[in-house]
Design a protein around this ligand. Structure first.
Ligand SMILES: C[S@@+](CC[C@H](N)C(=O)[O-])C[C@H]1O[C@@H](n2cnc3c(N)ncnc32)[C@H](O)[C@@H]1O
Length: 469
């Protein structure tokens, strides 16, 4: 894998002066009024999925992450079928990827700023009607009709039925003019907050457009084949027998042509394969763990890299995470793969949990802004604030300093982030090397996100250090 994936870039278009949002539209959205309302819409209707997705989007606008917001909707509506969950998830993720454009369209068309759930419902409908590949997943008139039905099925949106109908029908009539006007604003064109666009331009002046665009693509389903159970070739044959087309894109990485639910992945329940991005699969081999070594995975949950380390070597692994609930998922993943590690719920900034025995290898996959994995988590860009970068870089610096004392002479520490911001990644690594006179070994450095038929991975950063013997 190249250090810095290079892709051909078009020269940036001359930026047009952005149109100002009206003050009433620019204000922070209020939380949805009746978040506990249970709809009577039919669970197999698009209207049901639309109002569910809209409720989740309204919660994201108040600071909840999308998976959690969707889980809250499903908990409130226990009748939601697996198909409806899938549809809500799909609509919710599409809405997040196109939020900038949809909000700009609403500003252009709505007479005054609508209530939060109305905006969220419109964002869901507009994301379906303006699908980036020009193939709406439903007939456009069905989307309009079902959105109006959805609005009628919830007290926070019922009074806006007429306005919603008018807005969506106007989009059908005046699509090109409206989109041309909306896309003059960078936030609408790129679908990221302005500070995020500026930060990517500053950090990656040659690649910023490609980076922003790749963050808006739906991610592939990449699997990590468990070499304790079979070779990659054997697993590819198993996939082919199941009628699934897949390509090998890394030493253990296999990308499915069509993503499927985990329950449909051959051998998943028995640990034949796990879901993991191809870039994330570089960590365990880079750490170079040998049988019998003492290894610390200091920020382990949900355990993707812990499990990969144990698939490659019979090591004595301690998996640490500050979040006990997330740590439980490491245990579940280890059980599925029939692997063993010592789990500790503790803070990697402290050493009160440490028995004083040095580790031969330490993996520090530190908490970060996650700006490199936005194609998987399109809500992150709308939830993060600019100041988070500095706060998280300060925390990860403390974690790294604390872990260094636990490393045996001659041992290796792998520092990983899923960030695109140099403050969290290269600048952090360089400062760390100076503070501790750490030897820097060969590692990929910043991997910019890449998708498509060639390389395919998230945006990750790797720096490998060795302690003088
Ligand atoms: C990037 S995720 C780790 C992903 C994991 N290595 C994997 O591959 O599945 C970062 C993790 O750090 C944990 N974390 C945050 N602050 C921490 C701290 N002070 N000490 C230990 N873990 C922490 C979070 O709970 C989160 O699970």
């Amino acid at each position: 894998m190249n250090k810095r994936p290079t892709l051909s870039l078009k020269s940036p278009a001359k930026p047009a002066a952005p149109k100002k949002l009206r003050a009433s539209h620019a204000r922070e959205l209020k939380p949805a009024l009746q978040t506990h309302f249970q709809t009577n819409l039919k669970p197999d209707s698009l209207a049901y999925s639309l109002i569910g997705a809209a409720s989740a989007i309204a919660q994201v606008k108040t600071g909840t992450n999308l998976p959690q917001a969707l889980a809250q909707v499903w908990a409130r509506q226990p009748d939601t079928t697996p198909q409806a969950r899938g549809a809500m998830q799909d609509i919710g993720y599409r809405a997040m990827r196109q939020l900038g454009q949809s909000e700009a369209l609403i500003t252009l068309m709505a007479p005054k700023a609508p209530e939060p759930l109305v905006v969220a419902l419109l964002c869901c409908a507009l994301a379906l009607m303006t699908a980036p590949d020009d193939t709406p997943p439903y007939e456009e008139f069905t989307i309009v009709d079902q959105t109006v039905t959805a609005a009628g099925g919830h007290p926070d949106t019922a009074r806006a039925k007429g306005m919603i109908n008018a807005v969506l029908r106007r989009l059908l009539r005046e699509r090109k003019a409206l989109l041309d006007a909306a896309l003059l604003q960078p936030v609408a064109k790129w679908n990221y907050p302005q500070w995020w666009i500026d930060a990517v331009k500053t950090a990656w002046p040659q690649q910023w457009q490609q980076i922003l665009a790749s963050g808006n693509m739906a991610p592939p389903l990449t699997l990590r084949v468990n070499p304790r159970q079979q070779t990659v070739e054997q697993y590819l044959a198993r996939l082919a027998d199941a009628g699934m087309t897949a390509t090998r894109i890394g030493p253990y990485a296999v990308r499915l042509e069509k993503p499927v639910g985990v329950h449909l992945i051959p051998g998943f329940a028995d640990g034949a394969a796990s879901v993991q991005d191809a870039g994330a699969q570089l960590a365990a081999p880079l750490l170079d763990v040998q049988n019998g070594m003492r290894v610390l995975d200091a920020c382990a949950a949900p355990g993707g890299k812990t499990c990969h380390i144990l698939e490659l070597a019979d090591a004595d692994v301690t998996a640490l995470d500050a979040d006990a609930r997330r740590l439980a998922r490491v245990g579940e993943n280890l059980d599925r793969l029939k692997l063993r590690a010592t789990l500790k719920a503790a803070d990697a900034q402290n050493n009160d949990w440490w028995d004083g025995q040095p580790f031969d290898r330490i993996l520090a996959d530190v908490p970060c802004t996650a700006s490199g994995i936005v194609r998987r988590h399109p809500d992150i860009r709308w939830l993060r604030r600019k100041a988070d970068t500095l706060q998280l870089a300060t925390l990860s610096g403390k974690i790294l300093d604390n872990l260094w004392q636990m490393l045996a002479p001659g041992g290796k520490l792998l520092f990983v982030t899923c960030s695109l911001w140099p403050q969290e990644s290269e600048a952090q690594a360089a400062a760390f090397a100076v503070r501790h006179q750490a030897v820097r070994l060969d590692a990929p450095g910043q991997l910019l996100p890449a998708g498509g038929s060639g390389q395919d991975h998230d945006g990750l950063f790797y720096a490998l250090f060795q302690k003088n013997a």
